[in-house]
Design a protein around this ligand. Structure first.
Ligand code: SAH
Length: 347
């Protein structure tokens, strides 16, 4: 049975043509899939009854199913464990920000990048997610917001589990799909993609002509330390990744963000602050400092508030644009992969 969730209008038109349905029917089906929350073809009440039965006999609508939902005490962050038909589950996070509803989607089930601080990679990677599965996370939350308070998804960060540039075509397909007015109609500027630095694909992304924001997970200011924290650095060096990020900024005229997780005594010393300032001098860039959310399987600790501020102030004094990430949802294990791991263990 063919799954139509995640198909673009043109694809739906092709599929429906096999059932002798005219083009305008595809538009109706798309609306049912992406805006009106139909769970079955039977729900699509503006299609002829016979067509509904015929479609249901050979097509499916692959929406994710809610396994677990956790809400932070302040009610602003919600985390969802969503499950697909084959039992694969992924995490999606909703953050109700002053500027709108922001969601963080996963692009792979698990991850095989092996970063030392990250919970998503502890069990390796199960598989890439399809366009429909990535879009399913966004549409699920959008439908839910609509019901809860008439809200919608306003911005999307592609920063959940997985390495998006290792699932390039599906991630780009997802961004383009969500942008369509028959889906969420989101502007490309409302997307941020975060990568551990898959250099060839960073150059490719720069050529897509889409004004999406790019974040590079840097986490260390020299090759040796970065290789220790992020094994991908042995394949694509920090220098190459930063050059590719600078190229992205140059081509797209979009400011690149460097993510830097602060880990006590490991990468948060004055030495690293100085190296980081030197590395980014003169770039159209900003640094987002993220005090580590410690993962119990890893022995990496969060720095004291004094150390966090000292690092931040050092960069400020060197005229680097820097912010410390506002933490949301630490009480609900909202760090990458923590909820899914619990699910795998409980299974
Ligand atoms: N693979 C991509 C996207 C997923 S990781 C990438 O590497 O960018 C994205 C981000 O999640 C990291 O850069 C970091 O900002 C955050 N993150 C992951 N584990 C974390 C942890 N234990 N504490 C705080 N932030 C974490």
């Amino acid at each position: 049975m063919k799954d139509i969730f995640g198909m673009r209008l043109e694809e739906l038109q092709q599929v429906l043509a096999e059932f002798r349905l005219p083009k305008f029917r595809a538009k109706q089906v798309a609306e049912w899939l992406y805006v009106r929350g139909a769970a079955s073809f039977e729900d699509m009440t503006n299609l002829p009854k016979g067509a509904r039965a015929e479609l249901a006999a050979s097509l499916i609508i692959g929406r994710p199913r809610l396994k677990t939902r956790l809400d932070s005490a302040d009610g602003r962050t919600s985390k969802f464990l969503l499950e697909f038909a084959d039992g694969t589950a992924v995490e999606t996070v909703l953050m109700r920000q002053p500027y709108g509803n922001s969601i963080c989607v996963s692009t792979q089930a698990g991850c095989n990048m092996g970063c030392a601080f990250c919970a998503s990679t502890l069990h390796g990677m199960a598989r890439n997610l399809t366009v429909g599965e990535i879009a399913g996370q966004a549409v699920y939350i959008n439908d839910m917001l609509k019901k809860e308070d008439g809200g919608k998804v306003d911005t999307v960060v592609i920063m959940g589990s997985g390495e998006p540039l290792m699932n390039y075509d599906n991630v780009l397909g997802f961004i383009r799909l969500l942008h369509e007015d028959y889906v969420l109609g989101l502007g490309y500027r409302n997307f941020t993609l975060s990568t551990s630095g898959i250099v060839p694909q960073m150059y490719r992304l720069a050529e897509e002509g889409l004004p999406i924001s790019l974040s590079l997970s840097l986490h260390a200011p020299n090759e040796e330390l970065r290789s220790q924290i992020m094994p991908i650095n042995r394949k694509y060096s920090m220098k190459e990744a930063v050059t590719a990020a600078a190229n992205y900024a140059e081509v797209t005229k979009r400011r690149v963000t460097y993510e830097y997780i602060l880990i006590d005594q490991l990468n948060d010393n004055e030495k690293e602050a100085e190296e980081l300032a030197g590395l980014l001098k003169g770039q159209l860039a900003s640094v987002n400092l993220i005090p580590i959310n410690p993962v119990k399987e890893r022995n990496l600790l969060r720095p004291s508030q004094a150390r966090i501020e000292a690092f931040e102030n050092y960069l400020k004094a060197r005229h680097i644009n820097v912010t410390v990430r506002k933490e949301m949802g630490t009480d609900i294990q909202a760090a990458c992969g923590q909820l899914r791991n619990k699910h795998l263990q409980d299974k």
